[in-house]
Design a protein around this ligand. Sequence first.
Ligand SMILES: Cc1ncc(COP(=O)(O)O)c(C=O)c1O
Length: 497
Amino acid sequence: MAFAGLADRIIDRKVRGRAVAHLRQAGVRLPTFAELADPAASAVRVPAAVDPDAPAAANLFRVHWYNDAARRGRDAVPGYVELPSELTGIKARIVVALGERFPMIAAHKVLPAYACLVTRLITGGFDPTRHRAIWPSTGNYCRGGVAISRILGCRGVAVLPEGMSTERFAWLGRWVADAADIVRTPGTESNVKEIYDKCDELSRDETNVILNQFCEFANYLSHYVCTGRALERVFEDLGAPGSRRRLAAFVATTGSAGTLGAGDYLKSRHGTKIVAVEPVECPTLLANGYGAHNIQGIGDKHVPLIHNVMNTDLVVGVSDTSTDSLNALFNTEEGRRYLVERKQIDASIVAQMSRIGLSGLANVLAAIKTARHLELSEDDVMVTVATDSAALYASERDKTIAARFAGAFDRVAAAEVFGQHLAGIGSDHVLELGHHERRRIFNLGYFTWVEQQGVPLPDFDRRKDQGFWQGLQALVPAWDALIAEFNAESGVNSVGS
Ligand SMILES: Cc1ncc(COP(=O)(O)O)c(C=O)c1O
């Protein structure tokens, strides 16, 4: 099979030997996927003194959903916020798991970044003494990649559009060894083709290893195993088993479509419907469309190779006007005061809304639309994620306030935003997928992957069959065995401080 990154055994013993020696020297122990999926079952304890935002080897063992609010200790259940009906206007329960608790980048994309590199390291596909890890992204995956590269003591290069948020570039500036390791490509959010072109150019140098999240199945699998189980744990936390509660839908924006992998896990165990979310300004799945938008991290004008399209149940479009406006509502004093005083929403919930970044807001809005479309009831639970928090979008909030609200977000602005973008949300841009629509979206991927990127047609087509995706799951225990073997050889037993 031509897919990269799927080796389940050592392909180059010399390279792997160098990786073992390098990590021994650096004192890095690698967590298994099982440890990241269920950190309570791991013998490893990260000392609370380790700064969650430092490039410390111990932070690899915090690349999971169970970090506590301080991000130094661990909780039994992933951090989440449940949104009340006064806010959502629907009876079904919406629960948002918090990606901001992940270490170093305060976003869950550090999980797939680790998955994509570790699977290369343990099989001899990446030599940390001479390879550079290239991380194509729209902002968070490349930050995760740069953080993981730095811990492993190798060069990491971020490739991202020049139009991404100031906060992302400021973070990268602090973490890269050399300013040349931040490569800016033309455009903004949905200019992924330009990122691919740059990667193509970089790949001509054989010391560059491209870890393309859009076609790395380790990305899909890390979410299947870790995010899927974490969201199930959140669902279990909501009430006693045996109640009429149903895990009705999993809602996730699609960038690389890695997060959607959690939906395959939840569907296989709970019959959960999988809802893929995209910007209406770039309606690729809804209408084979294109366009620019500001829901950073999603909507990339193509169908990722790792998107299990034939298992996706609905596509929902959300406007960036809504997410930008809600970012202002939830992250200004006037907006918060309006929600508490006028809408009588619990102040503690209102305070939590700043834990949800732009794509998380898109998830919430898409969940509301889905509930309206499917007429979900109070017995229905919808789970989703906030990949990152509003902390990464303060500059975007200020731009919105300047451009749309004449520079001041007052009570009238708050009421307008609430009325138009929450209370007034209907079920527009919702598409339930039958076989024909699934095929249309699946076929759209042909132009990127077969025509542009040279994936052999039989491999491309193989992904239509659910057996292909189920077969991938066998890789995870094989990788875990290789990680255990790697750690045993490197002899690094503690995670240090
Ligand atoms: C903020 C944000 N939201 C959503 C996504 C989409 O997640 P995925 O790539 O798993 O589809 C990304 C991806 O980078 C992101 O950075």
